[in-house]
Each structure stands twice: as structure tokens, then as C-alpha cells.
Design a protein around this ligand. Structure first.
Ligand SMILES: Cc1cc2nc3c(=O)[nH]c(=O)nc-3n(C[C@H](O)[C@H](O)[C@H](O)COP(=O)(O)O)c2cc1C
Length: 367
């Protein structure tokens, strides 16, 4: 079992690096969220403070690296590289699903290395929600947390991926109750995260009621798991799976939409991910209602090149974020989060039909 999991994880990495597994252009909805440029910013760019406190932890910027990997030799290097970069920059990171290491102790090192290289950064343990349905309980969860001395646990939801992969586990019955049990018993914050298909308002409300302390929307627009499975199916010459991968390539709630749906519905921190690709996306995600932002695929591409590349790409994002803050006159993340945003196009249409007051975003600060 562990061997199969390890092999699959390895394929995910190589496919994501070799092929275009991104949703089609314009899926995130970020292009439909527009800041109002301030010709008179009245602030000094040098004085802008990017820091923010979420989950009682101070981050140098509202940016973390989303769950990617673990459980293989190359994953050890990738996790070590990312950990070193986020430690230096004062950010945070999630490790990939720890299932492989729970099945085979020998694989623990690929996760442990993250804490070794990042002694003070905010680290998030990771386990699949479907594993809870299939028998994992508090004992396994605690082990996963202890493995990396995690600050929080992410339970990932990947229904889309499970339907698209041949070995998919598609019984999600009772999953919320399992999440609720873990959230109740654990002394660390439980974050529920999607993996590229987004989280709707109704589901966010259920998660909050279940005791979840944070939601990572991971919406549609970035890495597409249907696309990853499309390439796996191609390799296996599995025509029907390949068709499924193609059909569901862009499935899901666009990231920008999901941020609004979740943040307008619950009172717990929202992490925005799914196609966050630059500092402008980061700024938009924050102004739409998220508390932190996260990205995975671009960091994976940088991490295989080294610590320097990873640090540079994350620093560049922070610099771009600072530029946006300057151009909208926001000296702090709190002010950026209240900056007026005009929501247009299909993102506006979606949110209006769903009953959200999008005009209030444009009216912020008066005009
Ligand atoms: C190669 C790869 C492996 C991933 N593995 C996991 C995982 O084990 N657990 C998880 O919660 N998310 C996993 N994800 C999903 C990401 O955390 C994230 O939700 C998703 O990729 C969207 O972000 P992005 O568009 O910036 O890549 C993985 C993503 C990639 C690219």
C-alpha cells in the first residue's frame, strides 16, 4: 500500500513539472476583481508593513506555501528547500499528505525535514478527509502533527481528484462528522482545504459549525487535479479516464468567487489558494476577504531549482504585493483588506445570483 502511495505521489510531482496542468486562462476570476488606482496614495512605499497575524502567529507577509509533497526521496529535498526559504522569509508552509509516512515509518524523514529546516515557521500537517472516512482517527492525526511539530492541521478534500483517478476512493459519507470529531479533540487549529475545486458558502458554514478554525478555499483556476489525472491516464492508455480528466479540467468554484462565498459567510480565517500567481493576485485575494494566501505549483517549480530560486520567487511576490499596496494607498494589510474593489464580469454575475452584495466592495471608503 505504502509503495503504491509513494509511486502515485512521485507521478504527481513529475506530471506537474513536465506538463501544463493548470486550469485554462481566466478561470480564477481574479481578472474580474479590479482595484481603484489612487493617484494620491499619500504614503511612503518604504513604510509599508506586509506583516499580519493569523492563527495567533505573526507572518512577515500574508503568504504561505500550500501543501505539495512528502513520502519520497525527491520530496525530502523539495520540502527541505521550501522550508529553508519560508523560514528565512518569515512565511509558512504546508507539507503534502502524510498518509505515506503513517503507513511506512521510513518515509517520515521527508516530512520531518520541514521542521528541521524551519524551526520557527508556521507549519501545517496534512491528511486527506477521505482517510478519516476510511479509518484514520485521532491517533494517526496526532502522529502526523507530532511528526513535524505542526502549528495546525489541514484536512484536504479532493472529491474531484478521487473521481478522476483509477484508484480513487469515492465514499465521502460521514466526512463532516469525522472532521468535527478531530476539530473537537485536537488542541491545534484544524483547517479544511480543497485542492483546486473551491468551497461554497453553505459548506463553509457547515465547516465552521463543525469546529473548523480555518478554511483554505483552493478554488478553480490554478493546478487542476483533473488535468494531472488526464496525464496519468494518457500514460496508462486509459481512454475513458483521459476523457474524464479533459471534461473536468476546469471544474470547480473559481478562486475569487470562493473567497467571497466563504469570507462573507463565516468568521474564521480564510486562506486563498488556487491560481494565486503573483503579488497582484495576492492583493486581490486579500481585498476580496481572505486572511492569508497560498500557492503550490509555482513554488514546486522553483523548489526543484533550489533555495535561492524559491526565496527569489516568494520575495518577488512580496515586492509585487507592496507595489499594489502603494498604488491603493494601503500602509498595512488591514487597510489593504478594506480597499475598494470593483467586481465585474462572470465573477460579479455568479456572486449576484448567489445573493452576495458585491456593490459594498466597490463602495468601501466612500466615493
Ligand atoms: C504536485 C502537487 C501535489 C499536491 N499534493 C497535495 C497534498 O498532498 N495535500 C493537499 O492538501 N494538497 C495538495 N496539493 C494541492 C495544493 O495544496 C493546492 O491546493 C492546489 O495545488 C492549488 O494551488 P496552486 O494553484 O497554487 O497549485 C498538491 C498540489 C500539487 C501541485
Amino acid at each position: 500500500m505504502a509503495e503504491k502511495t509513494r509511486k502515485r505521489k512521485s507521478e504527481h510531482i513529475s506530471i506537474s513539472l513536465k506538463n501544463n496542468v493548470q486550469a485554462r486562462e481566466g478561470t480564477t476570476g481574479f481578472e474580474n476583481a479590479l482595484f481603484i488606482h489612487k493617484a494620491l496614495p499619500e504614503i511612503d512605499r518604504q513604510q509599508i508593513d506586509l506583516s499580519t497575524t493569523v492563527f495567533d502567529h505573526k507572518f512577515a507577509a500574508p503568504l504561505i506555501v500550500g501543501a505539495i509533497t512528502g513520502g519520497t526521496h525527491e520530496a525530502t529535498k523539495i520540502n527541505a528547500t521550501i522550508a529553508e526559504a519560508v523560514e528565512e522569509l518569515g512565511l509558512g508552509m504546508g507539507v503534502g499528505s502524510q498518509r505515506a509516512a503513517l503507513e511506512d515509518k521510513k518515509l517520515e524523514e521527508s516530512f520531518i525535514v520541514a521542521r528541521k529546516k524551519a524551526p520557527t515557521a508556521f507549519l501545517i500537517a496534512n491528511i486527506g478527509g477521505v482517510q478519516l472516512v476510511n479509518g484514520y482517527g485521532l491517533k494517526e492525526i496526532k502522529k502526523a502533527i507530532e511528526m513535524i511539530e505542526a502549528d495546525a492541521l489541514a484536512i484536504h478534500l479532493n472529491a474531484l481528484q478521487e473521481t478522476a483517478q483509477p484508484e480513487g476512493q469515492t465514499n465521502f459519507t460521514g466526512i463532516l462528522e469525522k472532521v468535527s470529531h478531530i476539530a473537537e479533540e485536537l488542541d491545534k487549529p484544524v483547517i479544511v482545504k480543497e485542492t483546486g475545486a473551491g468551497i461554497a458558502a453553505e459548506e463553509a458554514r457547515k465547516m465552521e459549525s463543525a469546529g473548523v478554525k480555518g478554511i483554505d478555499v483552493s478554488g478553480a483556476g490554478g493546478t487542476s487535479w483533473a488535468a494531472v489525472e488526464y496525464y496519468r491516464a494518457k500514460e496508462l492508455q486509459d481512454a475513458s479516464r483521459r476523457r474524464i480528466g479533459e471534461l473536468f479540467w476546469d471544474w470547480g468554484i473559481p478562486t475569487a468567487v470562493s473567497i467571497v462565498e466563504a469570507s462573507q459567510t463565516v468568521n474564521i480565517p480564510i486562506i486563498a489558494s488556487g491560481g494565486v500567481r503573483n503579488g497582484v493576485d495576492v492583493a486581490k485575494a486579500l481585498a476580496l476577504g481572505s486572511d492569508l494566501t497560498s500557492l503550490s505549483q509555482p513554488v514546486l517549480c522553483a523548489a526543484v531549482k533550489g533555495v535561492g530560486e524559491t526565496r527569489n520567487m516568494l520575495s518577488l511576490l512580496m515586492d509585487e504585493l507592496r507595489n499594489v499596496m502603494f498604488l491603493v494607498g494601503a500602509e498595512s494589510i488591514g487597510t489593504l483588506c478594506r480597499a475598494p474593489v470593483v467586481i465585474v464580469g462572470k465573477t460579479a454575475e455568479w456572486l449576484r445570483v448567489r445573493g452576495f452584495d458585491i456593490e459594498s466592495y466597490a463602495r468601501r471608503g466612500g466615493n
